[in-house]
Design a protein around this ligand. Structure first.
Ligand code: SF4
Length: 292
């Protein structure tokens, strides 16, 4: 029996399908909720702090201001479901905030934000290849000294091994393609700022890399359509299974995918109820953040 393919692809959906078709089905088609993740939520907090920093005039973009931005971002996050579902106690919350602060401090080892000329922050972009919609969010779009577009993506995890292979397909050229389609100019560079190391990985998109992106996205989309047509999404066990939220339903681990699909709606309802309770409780608390 065929199933309906998703409406669009994002860099993360492309890499999920490439890594494991079954995980893609659970996530993008069955919409199985994934448990909250402290590292991912920490990334959300750091992104929000840096977004706030770049709304300030260049002369104010220093470390004390960045820590104030982090404090404000955390005040907002404390009632966000993504955070409240983590259920952190006071000690864990303090460690969470301290880790985020460390990432913001390390950001300043990579660049001087007062020299950056941003023209877009957290930009949601959408473009087409044939009848396929591509969607992506660019953390920061800026102009360099020569007036060229530069795409910057903040990363709060470690640099993955084999990054240069992944980067060909894992978002970098995806962002470049979206910019080219929407702004009529290919970015002069795309930079991934890995804050934890800290290290900047910079690539220069070319006409060839854009053509390669189109070719590969078409190939992935054809494979997604075929998998949907045949309802054939196979597990592909790898090291990534250690972090996969869907192990309980994966045949490679003795699970049943149909049970996951059956549970999806109940899990979403349970998640909504937990969120409503946790947010109500969090809204009754006073701010406790104290950067140092
Ligand atoms: S546990 Fe591994 S093989 Fe199974 S769905 Fe997740 S990533 Fe795929």
């Amino acid at each position: 029996m065929s199933i309906k393919p998703p409406y669009s692809l994002s860099p993360s959906k492309v890499s999920t399908f490439t890594d494991c078709a079954l995980a893609f089905r659970f996530s993008a088609i069955d919409l199985l909720p994934e448990p909250p993740s402290a590292p991912a939520t920490k990334g959300t907090l750091v992104h929000a702090a840096l977004e706030r920093l770049f709304t300030r005039p260049p002369g104010e973009r220093d470390l004390p201001t960045a820590l104030t931005c982090l404090e404000q971002a955390f005040a907002d996050l404390r009632t966000d479901p993504e955070y409240v579902l983590l259920g952190l106690d006071d000690d864990a919350r303090d460690r969470f905030v301290a880790d985020a602060e460390q990432l913001v401090r390390k950001y300043f080892e990579l660049e001087d934000p007062s020299t950056i000329n941003p023209i877009g922050l957290e930009l949601k972009l959408e473009a087409s290849i044939d009848n396929l919609r591509l969607r992506g969010i660019i953390d920061r779009l800026e102009l360099d000294a020569d007036g060229n577009l530069v795409v910057t993506d903040y990363k709060t995890g470690r640099v993955p091994s084999g990054l240069h292979e992944n980067a060909k397909f894992g978002g970098v050229h995806f962002y470049a393609y979206l910019c080219e389609q929407l702004f009529g100019a290919r970015p002069a560079r795309v930079q991934l700022l890995y804050l934890a190391e800290p290290v900047a990985i910079i690539t220069t998109p070319t006409e060839q890399s854009t053509r390669g992106l189109q070719r590969k996205v078409r190939a992935v989309w054809t494979a997604v359509e075929t998998a949907c047509d045949r309802d054939d999404f196979r597990p592909k066990p790898s090291k990534l299974c250690d972090w996969c939220a869907f192990q309980a339903y994966c045949p490679a681990f003795g699970g049943d995918p149909a049970a996951g699909r059956d549970a999806a709606e109940a899990l979403r309802a349970e998640r909504r109820s937990l969120v409503a309770t946790a947010v109500a409780e969090a809204q009754g608390q006073s701010p406790l953040f104290a950067p140092h």
